[in-house]
Write a protein that binds this ligand. Structure first.
Ligand code: FE2
Length: 459
């Protein structure tokens, strides 16, 4: 079969240069979240229907969504890849196998196959990006950092995609709590490409974790033209911007961002940001009006996908709980319980974290706060197993604290708040809640101090 080298020097089964150029264009679209890589790679396939990696890239775009809604896209693209896989070489056939494993919910097997490709071919940046996203979806912080680190010496500044590699590395460093290095590497990536929204997001995570709200607001608002227009990752970056305003308790601005830039999200990846923001507002007893209604309507359509990626399901349940959709709650819980009996990795994620968290959220909804505390206390240090970032999973800690206060478990709440204040002491809510707890414990003087601290942060 005809082989050409791709732009990083990797032999690739493709018979014409134009098809390969379109594949490279789609790869950049995938790295930058700008434009439609599926549309572009379809043009590549039209140029050369036997182009195995083009079929694989098309399929990987589906796995990159971590959403059962894309199973049909995956199946269809995988069929295209499998039909021509015999023409391909060993690396290309391993891509096909990784896609099959992902579609079957064997996420760990899929990542292992991608890693085997990277060991032999460290410049396969498609394998790297998909494995990196998989590490994110599996909450594997060490590999978010180290999988990128393992290939970095195979690149130099002139290698295509080097900047995007740094953006991935920055995010991995951040998830491993190496904040100073993450910020530095993230800015190096942004210097190479101001439109590297994953690198921008890595820096934003550092600022979130360190409670540097004003710097976070400046980071995003001074660069709006770099990360907003025609960008598939914009909703999540808007969510991060809203989190800074939430810490500052500027609810008007949070809701403005929600209404203009988050509420209209149509895929689970975007809808979960909407749920996560409204849930946090609920915990703070901010008035969100009827915003849960539209969101719950959209989540109800995802019920048939329950189980494939339980991180999504838990965010759906938040909307059902808050919109009073008891039937939807019951249906999703029944499906989760059935799915949990499976033997693939997504069933394991349901058992380990999905079900306990879903139980905690529904208990919170019916005012059974002691049950919420019990469920969440068990999973707070293992919740990474169902994926997401530290910032996303922080919702679990926030819910646990509020539930502990409402359950009148004030000593436990005080301990959790003490722990929280050590990690990030610039969120006024932490000190307001500390004051609430101390008042409950009749420690008036200490409560006054906490009140003063909260006030100072909001001035
Ligand atoms: Fe994020």
């Amino acid at each position: 079969m005809t082989q050409l080298n791709d732009i990083r020097g990797i032999p690739t089964t493709v018979s014409n240069q134009k098809a390969l150029d379109l594949y490279e264009k789609a790869l950049v679209q995938l790295h930058s979240y700008k434009g439609d890589p599926v549309e572009t790679v379809d043009e590549a396939i039209a140029e050369d229907p036997g182009f195995v990696m083009a079929h694989c890239l098309r399929a990987h775009c589906g796995s990159a969504m971590a959403d059962g809604e894309f199973s049909e896209h995956l199946r269809e693209s995988l069929a295209g890849a499998e039909a021509v896989a015999d023409r391909g070489d060993d690396r290309e056939r391993r891509h096909v196998a990784a896609i099959r494993a992902w579609l079957d919910g064997n996420f760990n097997k899929s990542v292992d196959i991608l890693e085997s490709i990277l060991i032999d071919c460290p410049r396969d940046i498609l394998a790297l990006q998909i494995a990196h996203l998989s590490d994110f979806y599996l909450g594997d912080a060490n590999n978010l950092r180290d999988r990128v680190a393992r290939v970095l010496t195979a690149y130099d500044e002139a290698t295509a995609g080097y900047g995007y590699l740094l953006g991935m590395y920055a995010f991995g460093l951040e998830e491993c709590n190496e904040y100073a290095r993450a910020e530095e590497v993230g800015h190096q990536a942004l210097d190479i490409s101001a439109g590297d929204v994953w690198a921008l997001h890595a820096v934003a995570h550092v600022l979130e974790m360190q409670g540097r709200q004003q710097e976070g607001i400046h980071l995003y608002e001074s660069r709006v033209t770099d990360w907003v227009p025609d960008n598939g990752f914009a909703v999540h970056n808007w969510w991060h911007l809203a989190l800074y305003y939430l810490d500052l308790q500027n609810f008007d601005r949070v809701l403005e961002i929600f209404d203009t830039s988050i509420a209209d999200g149509t895929v689970a990846l975007e809808m979960l940001d909407a749920s996560a923001l409204l849930w946090r507002l609920n915990l703070m007893e901010a008035d969100v009006g009827d915003r849960w209604v539209q969101l719950a309507d959209k989540w109800e359509e995802t019920i048939p996908n329950t189980g494939f990626y339980p991180f999504n399901d838990c965010h759906a349940i938040m909307s059902f709980v808050c919109a009073g959709r008891d039937a939807a709650v019951k249906e999703m819980m029944d499906r989760l319980n059935r799915y949990a009996a499976g033997d693939n990795m997504s069933a394991w994620m349901v058992r380990e974290v999905g079900l306990p968290l879903a139980n905690a959220l529904t208990a919170y909804g019916r005012g059974d706060y002691a049950e919420t505390v019990g469920q969440l206390a068990d999973i707070r240090y293992t919740a990474n197993r169902f994926g997401g970032s530290h910032a996303q999973r922080d919702l679990i800690s926030q819910t646990l604290i509020e539930a502990a206060i409402r359950a009148n478990q004030l000593n436990f709440a005080r301990a959790l708040l003490s722990e929280r204040a050590r990690r990030k002491d610039t969120a006024a809510l932490t000190w307001q809640n500390t004051a609430r707890v101390l008042e409950g414990l009749r420690l008036q003087e200490e409560a006054e101090n906490a009140h003063r601290r909260a006030k100072a942060l909001l001035n």
